[in-house]
Design a binder for this molecule. Structure first.
Ligand code: SF4
Ligand code: SF4
Length: 438
């Protein structure tokens, strides 16, 4: 099966929508325009029209699906249990199969990113190293000052200032292939290092392994890991998403582990659905189903095994923090309680709730490039909400959110730090350890 289409999807998924409109107030694009076609209900109606053969997969249909953030807030709100994630990914796959997004530049960048870089982890790291050199030797600053970027295509001009700082060392240099707790291990887990997470937030991966080991887990972290395929699936490339899912299952045989742990909300949301993705593959479908039962978001796993409360605060004084929810963690994986529970374990920390904590920050994969105005509006709203809490730290568990929220706070001149919840836990354990040796 080359790719999913709306005309071949199980029709009952499309029929589930009963047009009640309960999802409308939760949809950021409908909130912006108040147009039915920009709402979940309107988009599902369009998808059904395509499935029925009443509408072709046109550039207009493609533009509508591109305006959708894929945040899945509608899926949480829906009383009928509509699987919007499946519909959305199928629609995007159909759009690619029909070539409804036109333009050579787009095709070129898709081939470079989805077709090449995110299929070859070593090439991605090589690019990461080159980007690090570009940033460190002052070339980046020179290019920005020179104005040469004015000649670049619009998407590249928008992307360049958002290029994150590349980490000095990646996960393979920070984490051993296997790490063991001092006491006899209680669990054996696999650690997924991700792509962006590996290049930009390898320290978060290191922190995650520290916290897992501190909680009695033997952690396997192969130094070279394929992309999980979430980027491909969200962007309509189902064929490559399946190839990558098979590679992941080969690398991490699920019967070997008590849990396969992801610390990135966006990746985890895709990773826990390998079963449906490989349902047509006789060689992999049983292992894919088993994989789904073993996949855990790191917060979920730590709460499940009874995370040990640290005895020291991650900070030197009483600190107020707030929590921004990654869409794909809260809506895609339904993990909302556990990150808060872990943050409440931190001594000397008060957790204040963030208004609209589960409202998308505008990161949404490549949304900041494809829909820059809407992404900026959402970021402005998120930044104002974070600032109004009075917190000095905001915790969030997805690399895209971490970068986006930090960018918004930086632009607003706010002195608020952004961190993954697990990094705060790791910091508390380290301070506990250094206090005990003094
Ligand atoms: S995924 Fe988000 S933006 Fe898209 S229809 Fe659902 S709520 Fe609206
Ligand atoms: S809440 Fe669910 S059933 Fe109601 S309109 Fe939205 S998608 Fe359809």
């Amino acid at each position: 099966m080359a790719g999913a289409t709306l005309r071949t999807i199980d029709y009952s998924v499309l029929q589930q929508c009963m047009h009640c409109g309960m999802c409308l107030p939760t949809c950021p694009t409908y909130d912006q325009t108040r147009l039915e076609r920009n709402s979940p209900r309107g988009r599902i109606a369009l998808m059904r029209a395509v499935a029925d053969g009443a509408l072709d997969v046109t550039p207009e249909f493609a533009a509508e699906m591109s305006y959708c953030l894929g945040c899945l807030a509608c899926q949480t709100a829906c009383p009928a249990g509509v699987n919007y994630a499946e519909l959305f990914e199928t629609a995007r796959s159909d759009i690619e199969l029909n070539g409804a997004h036109r333009g050579f530049t787009r095709r070129f960048w898709r081939a470079v990113t989805l077709g090449f870089l995110f299929m070859r982890p070593r090439a991605l790291r090589l690019l990461g190293r080159a980007a690090r050199v570009y940033q460190r030797i002052g070339l980046e600053a020179f290019v920005r000052r020179s104005g040469v970027l004015r000649l670049a295509p619009p998407a590249l001009r928008r992307l360049e200032p958002q290029t994150p700082r590349i980490a000095p060392r990646f996960s393979d240099a920070l984490i051993k292939a296997q790490e063991q707790p001092a006491a006899p291990p209680r669990y054996r887990v696999a650690m997924l290092t991700g792509c962006v997470q590996d290049l930009v937030f390898s320290d978060v991966n290191r922190d995650t392994v520290d916290v897992l080991v501190a909680n009695g887990c033997t952690v396997d972290t192969p130094p070279v890991q394929p992309c999980c395929g979430s980027l491909h699936a969200h962007n309509g490339d189902v064929r490559r998403a399946r190839t990558l899912a098979r590679r992941m299952i080969d690398l991490f045989p699920p019967d070997r582990y008590d849990a396969i742990v992801s610390n990135a909300g966006g990746c985890g949301s895709h990773l826990r659905h390998y079963g449906p993705l490989l349902a047509h593959d006789a060689r992999y479908r049983d292992r894919a189903r088993l994989w789904d039962t073993r996949l855990r978001d790191v917060h979920e796993w730590l709460v499940e095994i009874g995370c040990r409360p640290p005895q020291a605060s991650p900070f030197s004084g009483q600190t107020t923090i707030t929590y921004h929810e990654s869409c794909h963690l809260v809506h895609g994986q339904k993990v909302a309680r556990q990150p808060r529970a872990l943050l409440k374990l931190l001594p000397g920390v008060s957790l204040v709730e963030l208004a609209e904590s589960s409202w998308c920050c505008g990161a949404a994969g490549i949304y900041t490039i494809t829909q820059p105005e809407q992404a900026e509006r959402l970021l402005g709203r998120k930044t104002a909400n974070v600032m109004s809490t009075g917190a000095s730290w905001v915790a969030t568990a997805n690399p895209g959110c971490q970068l986006q929220v930090a960018r918004g706070l930086d632009a607003a001149g706010a002195d608020i730090n952004v961190a993954h919840p697990v990094s705060l836990l790791a910091r508390a354990y380290r301070r506990e350890q250094s206090a005990s040796v003094q």
